[in-house]
Ligand binder design. Structure first.
Ligand code: PRP
Length: 174
């Protein structure tokens, strides 16, 4: 099995620096709460947050939709909820990838009923044109094709999250 680099570590770093500057400018004077969606978003969260030059709070949710398969099941399980109340807070959900959009759709619905002052989304990757639900995503790093990607937080069967770049598996994954 070979891994082809789709987006290099440097390209990711440059993009997150841009995104971080935009977020810092958009949220100046607001009490920003960044919510990382585990596990995949841990790396984006860590690198993006360091590019946001504002006092920022963090929280995490853990959800799972894929199990060990490469296909979305459409079923979203909340494995860990937020630790804090978000009523009146400016919440920015941080994702590694939006694929079918079902995970994000579920998160947006379940967080919006908690009455945040604002609720927006930053994602490193957006698979273009395949969302099953209409979604508004304020900050998008890279729009990509339908290929199954790994690395930089994204796994295949629990592995490859630690790659410093986004890659595509080629050949037999076994
Ligand atoms: C991935 C990713 C998103 C979701 C996107 O998480 O981190 O949360 O899938 O897919 P969707 O748009 O089709 O819903 P996954 O469920 O694989 O869990 P993980 O982050 O723990 O790997």
């Amino acid at each position: 099995m070979a891994i082809r680099t789709l987006i290099s570590a440097q390209e990711i770093a440059d993009k997150l620096a841009d995104m971080g500057r935009r977020i810092a400018s958009d949220y100046v004077g607001r009490d920003l709460l960044m919510v990382g969606v585990l596990k995949g978003a841990f790396m984006v969260m860590a690198d993006l947050a360091r590019q946001v030059d504002l006092p920022v709070e963090f929280d995490f949710m853990a959800v799972s939709s894929y199990g060990a398969s490469t296909q979305t099941s459409g079923v979203v399980r909340i494995l860990k909820d937020l630790d804090q109340e978000i009523a009146g807070r400016h919440v920015l959900i941080v994702e590694d990838i939006i694929d079918s959009g079902l995970t994000l759709n579920y998160l947006l619905k379940s967080l919006s009923v908690r009455r945040p002052a604002s609720l927006d989304v930053a994602t490193l990757l957006l698979k273009e044109g395949i969302q099953r639900v209409p979604l508004e995503v304020k900050y998008v790093g890279f729009s990509i094709g339908p290929e199954f990607v790994i690395g930089y937080g994204l796994d295949y069967a629990g592995l490859y999250r630690n790659l410093p770049y986004v890659g595509v598996m080629e050949g037999d994954p076994a």
